[in-house]
Write a protein that binds this ligand. Sequence first.
Ligand SMILES: NC(=O)c1ccc[n+]([C@@H]2O[C@H](COP(=O)([O-])OP(=O)(O)OC[C@H]3O[C@@H](n4cnc5c(N)ncnc54)[C@H](OP(=O)(O)O)[C@@H]3O)[C@@H](O)[C@H]2O)c1
Length: 294
Amino acid sequence: MTSTTTASADAHTFVLGHRPVRRLGYGAMQLAGSGVFGPPRDREAALAVLRAAVEAGVNHIDTSDFYGPHITNQLIREALHPYAEDLVIVTKVGAVRGPDASWNPAFSAPQLRQAVHDNLRHLGLDQLEVVNLRAMFDVHGPAEGPLEEPLTALAELQQQGLIRHIGLSNVTARQVADGQRICRIACVQNQYNLVHRNDDGLIDALARDGVPYVPFFPLGGFSPLQSAALSGVASQLGATPMQVALAWLLRRAPNILLIPGTSSVAHLRDNLAAASLALPDDAMDALQQMTATA
Ligand SMILES: NC(=O)c1ccc[n+]([C@@H]2O[C@H](COP(=O)([O-])OP(=O)(O)OC[C@H]3O[C@@H](n4cnc5c(N)ncnc54)[C@H](OP(=O)(O)O)[C@@H]3O)[C@@H](O)[C@H]2O)c1
């Protein structure tokens, strides 16, 4: 386990590992080809999104070597290396892609070691700032299963200095609690958005402990959120439905860090603007009803 330095946070930032990051970050998964497999259709456009994100102040980027595979990490390196001092790149291990684009568990100690070295090489780093162990007991959602062996393997890599912080992804509250007995868990990344709220209790518990919760699919993922309530609130506020969905997450809990994914600079800018969208109470009520009827 590494020691923690004191880092301050305010309404627009939250401490991830050692560093305060802006609550609106960027998820790089959409930069790979169709089905998160192979290269992007337009490589220059993908590089432009990454550069625009950092130029706009994003200092938290989520990635994995299994996006592509290797593609998003290679794009990040090409677009952004040498990295800004304050940029936190979070990656994931625990899966490998098959030649048919399938997602397969890769949880053994040698596989995790290989994944960490692959991430280091493709990102051009000596140390990975945060590595999430992506549980694969059920590829589509959290499912109980033991994490002691893979977490112990990652903790050894942490002791060797290859990883600074360890997080968990696609996990149950019980796995988080078990994991916290093995090593410090720097963040949890699970699916959560306006209509997918299974983690309400976990988010509140992590907030009490000051642990960041990073929802994946914040905009609904491969099927972006659509609802009359969301569109109604958006037009009332002169915002887009996606901005409202992100602003709702920012207001939901102070430990929520966002990593919306996009392959478009225009969408990126729209999404980042959600950081300054304040949702009034009546908008929160309307969105709450949307959640209740989803
Ligand atoms: N731990 C895990 O298991 C896991 C799983 C999935 C994802 N993730 C991470 O979470 C990040 C976010 O998830 P995600 O990218 O899959 O889903 P997402 O952020 O919920 O949504 C991305 C989708 O929304 C569209 N979009 C984005 N901004 C938009 C806007 N302003 N207006 C209209 N459409 C917009 C994107 O299309 P365009 O490209 O056309 O904008 C894309 O189709 C990923 O990038 C990845 O880093 C982690």
